[in-house]
Design a protein around this ligand. Structure first.
Ligand SMILES: Cc1ncc(COP(=O)(O)O)c(C=O)c1O
Length: 278
């Protein structure tokens, strides 16, 4: 028997997600920017998905920008902030970011930006005191991963976000491994930007979102037809987004039971492995 244990890399789409996507492909295939009925039917699907994803993190629907996944959401957060400046500034990340943050930040560094990479302790935790000490007058963004994709460490995002906010610095968190597993409330959490990915929550690959706090202004990475409030041009992948929306709605309900069940399973596995030589 084979057992799939790589759910942090990808989750199998739920049957409701597959059904939603099939229905959209077959029936709501219009371009959501078109003014005629076919377009408007697709636009309704798109906006329903936006509400479903927004509800997962208690955000207003209009603060959700659909992207091609977590990678693009992360890139949009970093480059969207950076491109607003004519001259290089200072950016702070942790030393345990996913490459979707680490790489664009490394590019910025090549273009003259100053970068501070906060160290982590033996559990992979960032020390809030280190963030306080690293902030400078020209710091324009702090980005710290919420749940680390390889070892699972959860960062004190509340505390870190608050420190950045007190200094008037934008705070982004990559919540790709957390959204849909632990409850997130962006009305309470001091974050300005937050990345989510569909395929980690039993939705399809190729869809994700960036939450952007309403008063935060970003420069788009992809320009063109002005879709997604001009922040991400290109005809939206409506079938994928609809699947993502359904996955988000299911996750919001199931998370309450599912997360404690997974924690029990994980603890049991760790206990048993601890008794296994080597
Ligand atoms: C923490 C984290 N950020 C970003 C990504 C990239 O997301 P996507 O695969 O949707 O581009 C991943 C995927 O593994 C991830 O684990």
């Amino acid at each position: 028997m084979q057992i799939y244990l790589d759910y942090s890399a990808n989750t199998p789409p739920r049957s409701e997600v597959i059904k939603t996507m099939q229905d959209v492909l077959a029936q709501q295939w219009g371009n959501p920017s078109s003014l005629h009925q076919w377009g408007q039917r697709a636009a309704i699907v798109l906006e329903r998905a936006r509400m479903q994803v927004a509800r997962l993190i208690n955000a207003p629907a209009e603060s959700i920008i659909f992207t091609s996944g977590g990678t693009e959401a992360d890139n949009l957060a970093v480059m969207g902030v950076a491109q607003a400046y004519k001259k290089p500034q200072h950016i702070i990340i942790s030393s345990v970011e996913h490459s979707a943050i680490a790489q664009p930040v490394a590019w910025l560094e090549q273009w003259g930006w100053q970068v501070t990479r906060l160290p982590v302790d033996s559990l992979g935790m960032v020390n809030p005191g280190d963030l306080k000490a690293a902030l400078q007058a020209n710091t324009v963004l702090v980005s710290v991963i919420y749940g680390q994709s390889e070892v699972g460490t959860l960062q004190p995002i509340d505390e870190l976000g608050q420190i950045a906010r007190e200094q008037g610095v934008l705070f982004h968190t990559d919540a790709v491994q957390v959204a849909g597993r632990l409850s997130i409330d962006v009305q309470q959490l001091p974050v300005d930007l937050l990345s989510i990915s569909s395929h980690k929550i039993y939705g399809p690959m190729g869809s994700g979102a960036l939450y952007i706090r309403p008063d935060v202004e970003l420069v788009p990475l992809i320009s063109g037809g002005g879709q997604e409030s001009r922040l991400r041009s290109g005809t939206q992948a409506v079938p994928l987004i609809a699947g993502f929306g359904m996955a988000a709605e299911l996750a919001a309900v199931q998370m309450l039971k599912e997360t404690p069940r997974l924690i029990r399973l994980r603890d049991r596995m760790f206990d048993q492995l601890a008794d296994t030589p080597n």
